[in-house]
Design a protein. Sequence first.
Length: 309
Amino acid sequence: MLRQRTIKARVSTTGVGLHSGQRVELTLRPAAPDTGIVFRRVDLDAPVEIRAQADRVTDTRMASTLTAADEGAGASVRVATVEHLMSALAGLGIDNLYVDVTAAEIPILDGSAGSFVYLLQSAGIVEQRLPKRFVKVRTPVEVRDGEKWARLEPHNGFRLKFAIEFGHPAIDATGQDYEIDFATTSYVKEIARARTFGFVQDVEALRSAGLAQGGSLENAIVMDEYRVLNADGLRYDDEFVKHKILDAIGDLYLIGHPLLASYVAYKSGHALNNRLLRALLAQPAAYEIVSFEQRRASARPFALDWSTA
């Protein structure tokens, strides 16, 4: 049986919010089978839980933000920039986890999912008694916004293909499209360390809008009009498009279970990724929830990283 997973022990770290600039304490705790991923704002007088679900995404400006409720007191309780942590959880096959935070944003750490992977691996990963459940796409679903688009297609595994186009010399000099099948390629080695990126000329406008307050060369790839400003350069030759794939993995994991699908996108982002999940969920005939009683019969998304699966 391909089983659900959580971590063995609680683990904590401290960092700064990319957009808020606030200091944040993050604690990851084991959770029982069928709990899912649950964020908890423990800085509030009475801690508030926010489930990692597609319908709880309420803001997609530069990040994916979850809100506790549509109305009432919970409508003002948020957790922002969840996509890098969600990406790491998907990559390591973590189904159930409590995420305690002391502010309204997940810490950016080094700007990738690599630090979260390290944190989860340090805590240890354990299989649980119940079978892992997957969302299996049965028919294609697509969303568009002008020239941008994203699509999910049937596939017995998890595969992504992404293309970018920024018209910037530093990005144009790298790979503009990338395709990866996690049955044969490691998420940890090939995707997890790809960092978020931004442009010096956009910083003033972003900060005026209350964004990018905590951004720096320590947690992002930063470019002027012509080149990358980070002294250590890029971690991957195609780090920009790989980071977009990293984001997409995190956004897509907000459906609540691992996907069995092929994701194909052109210039997609958090907003379009969330629209894609909502479009899928609005068509019950387009997907089904499946489990695998026999491992040999199971799909193999993230086969190289789900080491005990």
